[in-house]
Write a protein that binds this ligand. Structure first.
Ligand SMILES: [Mg+2]
Length: 172
């Protein structure tokens, strides 16, 4: 079995667009420290996987192809720094009663089945309480990235001021 660090995308990897969606690569704005964090996560023997809700596809604001293009650009840019995410798992469902959409743990379970991941040895990092809920329900440890739009949920395992701060918690 392996272990993983799951990253929410908007608000962790790239700047979250408040009240909107990243619909093109031009609107994608990196948050600091992502490539460096990814490299250290992988050096410590963890898989790195994005778990993201992308409702903009389900509501028709953007297409599945638009989303795929953003994710291939994301990986291509990271490759210049010599690292990529091991997978990017998206839920494009529009409605909150979706079986996959976070706070459902389903996308984490999918990743666990695909890569034989021990969820109890894994982490979910996010900037929303729904990320923490998904991680908790999947049985991972959880890290809430402090931000100015959401309160830290009390049940997060840890809080982070910067995404790279997770590394100290991954070391044996
Ligand atoms: Mg987010």
């Amino acid at each position: 079995m392996t272990k993983a660090v799951f990253f929410d995308r908007d608000g962790v990897v790239n700047k979250r667009i408040v009240g909107g969606y990243v619909t093109t690569w031009d609107e994608f704005e990196w948050l600091p420290g992502v490539a460096e964090t990814l490299r250290d996560v992988k050096d410590l023997g963890y898989l790195a996987i994005i778990i993201t809700n992308q409702r903009g596809v389900g509501t028709g604001i953007m297409s599945e192809a638009d989303l795929d293009l953003i994710h291939s650009q994301l990986q291509e840019h990271l490759l210049h720094d010599g690292v990529t995410f091991d997978d990017i798992i998206s839920c494009t469902d529009a409605t909150n009663d979706s079986a996959r959409r976070k706070p459902s743990p389903e996308m984490l379970f999918e990743a666990a089945r695909k890569f034989d991941i021990d969820l109890s040895q894994s982490w979910m990092i996010g900037d929303s309480p729904t990320d923490i809920e998904a991680g908790t329900r999947a049985g991972t440890k959880t890290a809430f990235l402090i931000n100015d739009h959401e309160q830290a949920p009390p049940d997060a395992t840890i809080t982070l001021h910067h995404v790279h701060d997770i590394i100290a918690h991954l070391r044996p």
